[in-house]
Ligand binder design. Structure first.
Ligand SMILES: Cc1ncc(COP(=O)(O)O)c(C=O)c1O
Length: 952
């Protein structure tokens, strides 16, 4: 086979010659020798990964077409939060299939992220409009977890008095989606919240209830008037959360107008494929008064250093998980790309277009209802939007006929329901009617299109306006839309421009061949609750991924339910709790967490109601083993587990890891490994091998799923055999262990669609290729470490002076001696066309660099050259040659607008500002705004699109 046909050679950046030159630079005799010097012998795998050789890209795509053909694409009218939708091709091609959008990172560096920030602000504006609420965030993981976040947030908002009086129960309407009810059970238990699940019309409200969740329309499609319930609930001091269908809100009076405190739901049906469960963006809106308690990220409007409007993540430091054990939510990665798609759908259709779509869906349902009644079927009474509930149907008969017609309905104990969607055509309605006519032994009626459009709306249309902002009224032709999307894309720096060396984030290649199948209908259009026989292709992918990942992790079984790393942490900890409980050791509830851990670790533990004990790190950044031992022994009777990241967030393979895991086990605890750094393990060592019992994998790091500008993510967990019985279950699809914990996500396999990416990555890399990638990631990191050593010393190194796949660059002296902060370096890097490394995590005033295996030597050299040039600029300040405040770093980044302005008052030239190195000229990336003022934005919080006049 031709060398370049091997995918590994496309995935890994350095060529054979590069590797030799790099080894020479770092003074390592060979790659094998480097790995021996870096990864402690005690933890090395004894044999290579038992995975097949990699397939070529062409062969893989052939294979995947065969797999896709095993999925059976029926028309699904199952509903429950998942509906077929038309992805506008202009959005499919220019956002979903465009690396300019999907390879971007979370917009922490606002100056080079104004495009996606604007798209997310549009999302928030759309949600505020449709729900009738005051503030919205920029997406959560799915509707069911969003409902759980609402329950928790409202719990946290109780007055101290109410909490002391034991106001601790939460009412959940039994007409909510079953997966939502399940999630509430999962989340309520560890926090001691008591759920009261029942009929909202009949429940006796009491003073123990602090809040309620209602579904609008309900799982069976009923559009209830909740006014009376809300009035009664408020009289008892309760707060109200409403899970609402986004499309129905175009026509229905929004919950914000009838008393809701939180409104949440899924935006999937706004042009995001069902994908057998996800990824899709959930939305979450609340009253302005609650904004500081809201989970997830909020985009806000601020100004830049030149006084121009600029967007950024508002209340950034309040991202809940940053509050560690005091956090009430662990959301980190959310669903940015999918929120962007949904917002673009609203931009493209505008209010009029959405009214047309919602009207079509509703009128189709009305027409269908009329014909079904004529056929003799009994419909549940009341107002509906898109879902019809048929009572007391002969489900055995109808199921068989529907199956033959390749149609899925939702069958329940008392009948069945039919949920229509944007794609439902008159032919589809006639096919449905044919099934019911045959079941009733009658002649099928034939509807005509005009009959459907002539139906009057049963649901009383909302009177308030929606989407009146110009952004939703300007881009309705494809040309305008294409240009709008491109205009935003052009403001954002992504992997299409240069390397993004964010430590702990693993911004590696997301290969086109891994992404192609995402829009194949056989994968994109499957409803998550179809019978397994219709999803054999997906089952093959999931099983294939399960067996590859268990081999890679050294574990017995995976669960693909968690939708992010943080969600995996939560699931893993619950599994550990369930294990202890099964052994009669429920009291084991102490979790040891090293000081260096990522904020989501303590946040997840807090959500599990665990007692967090922090373990010290020594001066080399390693876990202080003596402190760990002392604390483990002190808590011998109530130790639940240790949460440990490996290699550590300090970028070293701790030699003592096996001792550490042994200490935990000796004291009756389990070991949870945070798999964020798995890119330094694959094929060389494994979580199972170092003694972990459970770990999550960030497939959106190590296994090639793109970051999508802040999501999607996939955080499956792997467990050792003794924990497998406790893996998460699901109320509608049989998954998980025999004693599985309740579900942790709305869909049984989480974001199943994007599992295809990791599946492709593993299939094409093969066992050897995956291991080679790990080796190359270590080489690239050590090459940067060596290249920068005289300019930015690395804070921590392993026993032989090597770093793992990432390193922490010490910038502490620059701040101390010259007032230059890591933020200044981060902003200055933008002038060179680079995204900053991770700033101030896990050590303040440092930069954490992770180049990944996908970057070539040429790119690493460019990055190092930029960093060295910046060091020269820092030296100017250190030596007193440049002013501490009025210097090129403090004024960075430099916009085209500033550089071409008639006046230039800076103590350095325009050339130095914009083209600091010769090669910058060839590929200049212009930050679209100057340094964004975070403080101003937080003081003047605006989280929806400001009027256009304010931009002029
Ligand atoms: C070490 C570590 N743990 C956990 C997480 C959380 O993962 P996610 O963002 O997928 O929730 C991150 C995210 O960057 C991380 O770096």
């Amino acid at each position: 086979m031709n060398n370049t046909e091997q995918f590994v050679n496309r995935h890994n950046g350095p060529s054979t010659q590069d590797v030799q030159a790099m080894l020479k630079k770092i003074n390592a005799p060979s790659l094998d020798a480097l790995i021996d010097q870096t990864v402690p012998a005690a933890i090395r795998l004894k044999k290579p990964l038992d995975l097949p050789d990699g397939m070529s890209e062409h062969a893989f795509l052939q294979h995947l077409r065969g797999v896709a053909a095993k999925n059976k694409l029926y028309k699904s009218y199952i509903g429950l939060g998942y509906y077929d939708t038309v992805v506008p091709p202009v959005i499919q091609r220019n956002v979903l299939e465009n690396p300019g959008w999907y390879t971007a990172y979370t917009p922490y560096q606002a100056e080079i992220a104004q495009g996606r920030l604007e798209a997310l602000l549009n999302f928030q504006t759309m949600i505020i409009d449709l729900t009738g609420m005051e503030i919205a965030n920029a997406s959560l993981l799915d509707e069911a977890t969003a409902a759980a976040e609402a329950m928790t947030m409202l719990h946290g908002l109780r007055s101290r008095e109410a909490a002391e009086q034991g106001k601790n129960s939460f009412f959940v309407s039994n007409e909510c989606f079953p997966q939502t009810i399940e999630l509430l059970k999962t989340r309520a238990r560890p926090l001691g919240i008591e759920l009261v699940i029942g009929d909202f019309r009949a429940v006796t409200l009491n003073d123990k209830l602090y809040g309620a969740l209602l579904q609008y329309p309900t799982a069976d499609g009923a559009v209830h008037d909740y006014a009376d319930f809300v009035k009664r609930a408020k009289a008892h001091g309760m707060t109200i959360a409403v899970a609402a269908d986004i499309l129905s809100l175009v026509l229905l009076t929004p919950p914000g107008e009838w008393g809701a405190d939180v409104v949440l739901g899924s935006t999937q049906r706004f042009g995001v494929p069902m994908g057998y469960g996800g990824p899709h963006a959930a939305y979450f809106a609340c009253r302005d008064a609650h904004k500081r308690s809201m989970p997830g990220r909020i985009i806000g409007v601020s100004v830049d250093a030149d006084g121009n409007p600029a967007l950024r993540m508002a209340l950034q430091t309040r991202e809940q998980h940053i509050r560690r054990e005091k956090a009430t939510s662990n959301i980190c990665t959310a669903q940015a790309l999918l929120a962007i798609m949904a917002s673009m759908y609203a931009v493209y259709h505008g209010a009029k277009g959405l009214r047309g779509i919602a009207g079509h869906v509703h009128q189709s349902a009305v027409a269908l209802a009329g014909e079904l009644k004529k056929l003799g079927y009994t419909l549940a009474g009341g107002v509906f939007f898109d879902t019809l509930k048929l009572m007391h149907t002969d489900n055995v008969k109808i199921h068989a006929l529907a199956e033959a017609a390749r149609i899925n309905f939702r069958y329940t104990g008392d009948g069945l329901s039919i949920s229509l969607d944007q794609t439902t055509s008159v032919d589809d309605l006639n096919a449905i009617l044919a099934v019911f006519a045959q079941a009733a032994g009658k002649t099928a009626p034939t509807l005509a299109a005009v009959q459907i459009s002539a139906q009057t709306l049963l649901a009383k249309p909302r009177s308030s306006a929606i989407l009146s902002h110009p952004v939703f009224n300007s881009y309705h032709s494809e040309t305008e839309m294409m240009r709008y999307i491109k205009r935003l894309e052009n403001k954002d720096l992504s992997l299409t421009h240069s390397m993004i060396s964010l430590g702990s984030c693993t911004m590696k290649l997301n290969a086109a061949s891994e992404m192609l199948a995402l829009t194949w209908p056989a994968f994109a259009n499957l409803h998550p609750f179809v019978p397994l026989e219709q999803a054999e292709g997906y089952q093959e992918v999931i099983e294939g991924l399960n067996s590859a990942l268990t081999e890679i992790t050294g574990f017995a079984q995976m669960s693909f339910q968690p939708n992010s790393g943080a969600s995996g942490e939560y699931a893993g900890l619950l599994v550990i709790q369930a294990y202890h409980r099964s052994r009669g050791e429920e009291q084991r509830n102490v979790v040891l967490i090293p000081a260096s851990a990522h904020g989501t670790n303590p946040a997840s533990a807090a959500m599990c109601g665990m007692n967090i004990v922090v373990v010290k790190c020594d001066s080399k950044g390693n876990i202080d083993v003596d402190d760990l031992r002392a604390k483990a022994e002190e808590h011998k009777a109530d130790l639940s587990c240790l949460m440990v990241t490996y290699p550590s967030t300090h970028g070293v393979y701790e030699e003592s890891i096996k001792d550490i895991t042994a200490i935990i086990h000796a004291n009756g605890g389990q070991v949870y490994m945070d798999g964020a750094n798995m890119n330094a393990q694959v094929g060389l060592t494994s979580p199972g091998n170092i003694g972990a019992d459970v770990c999550h994998l960030n497939l959106h790091k190590t296994f090639a799923i793109p970051h999508g500008g802040g999501g999607p993510g996939a955080g499956p967990i792997g467990v050792a055999a003794h924990l497998a019985p406790f893996l998460p279950s699901h109320p509608l699809v049989k998954v998980g262990g025999a004693q599985g914990i309740h579900a942790v996500s709305a869909a049984p396999y989480g974001s199943a669609l994007i599992l295809l990416i990791s599946y492709g990555y593993i299939k094409m890399m093969g066992g050897k290729g995956l291991t080679e990638a790990t080796r190359m990631a270590i080489l690239n990191a050590n090459y940067i470490k060596e290249s920068l050593k005289d300019h930015y010393p690395t804070l921590y190194s392993g026993a032989n002076g090597r770093c793992a796949h990432e390193m922490i660059l010490n910038c502490i002296p620059f701040k101390r001696d010259a007032g230059i902060e890591v933020a200044d370096i981060a902003k200055r890097l933008m002038d060179f066309g680079f995204h900053a490394p991770t700033t101030s995590f896990p050590v303040v005033d440092t930069l954490m660099v992770e180049p990944t295996e996908s970057e070539s030597k040429a790119e690493l050299d460019r990055f190092c050259e930029a960093m060295i040039a910046i060091r020269g600029e820092i030296d100017q300040v250190l030596l007193g040659k440049a002013d501490k405040k009025d210097n090129i770093l403090k004024h960075a980044p430099h916009t085209a607008r500033a550089v071409v302005a008639d006046s230039w008052m800076r103590p350095y030239s325009r050339e130095q500002a914009a083209f600091p190195l010769p090669w910058v000229r060839d590929n200049k990336f212009w930050p679209s705004v100057a340094r964004v003022d975070n403080v101003y934005g937080d003081k003047n919080l605006i989280c929806s699109c400001p009027p256009i006049s304010s931009y002029i």
